[in-house]
Design a protein around this ligand. Structure first.
Ligand code: NAD
Length: 482
């Protein structure tokens, strides 16, 4: 683990195994960090924040970030290989993410010296009033297994731009790529303690969430864990950003370009084997085109190539862990007993060992069934039907989540009209699953609190301070604040 610029073992001496889910074998042993390691990392991050890092100008911070971006670009293939081995997702997808990640460093490096406060126009001539966005301090980042380094970058880039330091605890399922990333961070020449990594499980995450030395927790993971993190953070009024799960609707109207919509539905749910927070896991389709669309989507779903995540021709890899595989199969089995109709898939792949599940499309369900309501985090598409635009909006919003939505229509007016009524942090019209460093991303409702990316993100790593300067030396009425 990297703590204060030193590579260290867990103080307890314990390690835990990390499995390659494709072959089902342990491929790395990683320090099992605990509360005492979190403590040491927070001390190191605080000392960097108050010392060398805190003294750097925003421009100097930006230059280091540019160097880190270049190093990530140069090492993208290796990062992707480590990630794919650790989480079983496709090498080509992890590579695309690792190649895109430098853009976060470049964008926020540029923002670092341009994100300022403002002068507030005062109605009183004797006051000059301005705001400053000061770095919030030491950040605790907790990341999930599905896109470890990209989701770390979503937090780290704006945090560094704001002037913060960080302790990250990656998922116990995929700790390796964050450790490799930390080597690049060191190579970029940042002062020691700016970025610290403690690998470990739930105990380390809990210790970080409740640590009084942490000023903000930036968490990505499930809604269940997010709630625990928020409860722990409440103890010290630690700020939180929570990027949680979803049950996002992909809404297809009868005036949609049917080929494009079918492709978007496939990309939305079967990309990354459905293991993404923004998966378009509910297909809401207008009844007049339902048969036509389902036929197209099912035909493509049946040709999806399952296999070795390292093979560039593979389209869907395995579930990342055995518990996740068992969870998804359980949901499928319960839907079967509940009378659902399986248009495609609905079983573990008979052609593969390991945790492979076929691309699954489920029809004849009701909105109150588990399969239509809960996040599955697997390759399972639930189909619901509507007749009118109002019904589509009502179905889309009939969820506790609100991360993303897709709308497929060739009417610009309908697209924007529906987009404004859907309660979700991101709405794509005639597209699905696109993100960028300059576009805010986050959820409504149980999908989270706060936003990553764009100016919203850097704002979230600062405290706003208002400074009032009395210009004339006039004496004020001591009993009147106005
Ligand atoms: P998870 O909630 O199980 O774990 C996330 C992290 O929290 C891990 O590092 C884990 O060790 C840690 N953790 C576990 N218990 C903790 C506790 N009590 N206190 C503090 N930390 C604790 O999530 P996961 O299975 O790794 O990831 C999948 C989930 O992440 C899905 O729900 C998915 O939707 C969500 N996700 C969201 C986004 C987004 O941007 N909104 C992106 C990717 C994934």
């Amino acid at each position: 683990m990297l703590i204060g610029g030193d590579w260290v073992s867990a103080q307890s001496g314990k390690v835990f195994p990390s499995e390659n889910p494709y072959v089902g074998k342990v491929w790395a042993n990683v320090p099992d960090g605990g509360a005492e390691d979190i403590d040491a990392a927070v001390v190191a991050a605080r000392s960097a924040f108050e010392g060398e890092w805190g003294a750097l100008s925003a421009q100097a911070r930006g230059k280091l970030m540019l160097r880190l971006g270049d190093l990530i670009a140069e090492n993208a293939e290796e990062i992707a290989r480590v990630e794919s081995t650790d989480n079983g997702k496709l090498y080509k997808e992890m590579l695309a993410q690792a190649q895109y990640l430098p853009e976060w460093l470049y964008y926020f490096a540029g923002v670092a010296d341009k994100f300022g406060g403002e002068v507030i126009p005062s109605e009183r001539a004797n006051f000059h009033i301005y705001t400053r966005h000061e770095p919030i301090g030491v950040i605790g980042a907790i990341t999930p297994w599905n896109s470890p380094v990209l989701l770390l970058g979503f937090k780290l880039a704006p945090a560094l731009a704001a002037g913060c330091t960080m302790v990250v605890k990656p998922s116990e399922h995929t700790p390796a790529s964050t450790l490799r990333f930390a080597q690049l961070f060191e190579e970029a020449g940042f002062p020691p303690g700016v970025f610290n990594v403690v690998t470990g499980g739930r105990d380390a995450g809990e210790a970080l969430s409740k640590h009084p030395g942490i000023n903000k927790i930036a968490f990505t993971g499930s809604d269940v864990t997010g709630k625990r993190v928020m409860q722990a953070a409440a103890e010290n009024f630690t700020r939180v950003t929570l990027e949680l799960g979803g049950k996002s609707p992909n809404i297809v109207f009868e005036d949609a370009d049917m080929e494009a919509a079918a492709n978007g539905v496939i990309a939305g749910i079967f990309g990354a084997t459905g293991q993404t927070c923004m998966a378009g896991s509910r297909l809401l389709v207008q009844s007049s085109i339902k048969e036509e669309l389902l036929e197209k989507v099912a035909a493509r779903a049946k040709t999806i190539k399952l296999g070795d995540p390292m093979d560039m021709a593979t389209e869907m890899g395995p579930m990342a862990t055995r518990p996740q595989f068992e969870k998804v199969m359980g949901i499928i089995d319960r839907a079967k007993s509940g009378g659902a109709r399986f248009v495609s898939g609905g079983r573990a792949s008979p052609d593969h060992d390991g945790f492979f599940i076929e691309a699954t499309i489920v029809d004849d369900i009701t909105a109150d069934m588990e399969i239509a309501k809960d996040e599955i985090f697997g390759p399972v598409l639930s189909v619901l039907t509507f007749d009118t635009e109002e019904e589509a909006i009502q179905l889309a919003n009939d969820t506790r989540f609100g991360l993303a939505a897709g709308i497929w229509t060739q009417s610009g007016q309908r697209g924007t009209r529906v987009a404004h009524k859907v309660r979700a942090g991101t709405v794509w019209i005639n597209a699905y699953r696109v993100v960028a460093p300059n576009v805010p991303f986050g959820g409504f409702g149980h999908s989270g609190i706060g936003r990553e990316n764009g100016f919203d993100a850097i704002r979230g790593y600062t405290e706003t301070k208002a400074v009032w300067v009395e210009l004339t030396g006039a004496t004020r009425d001591p009993f009147n604040i106005g």
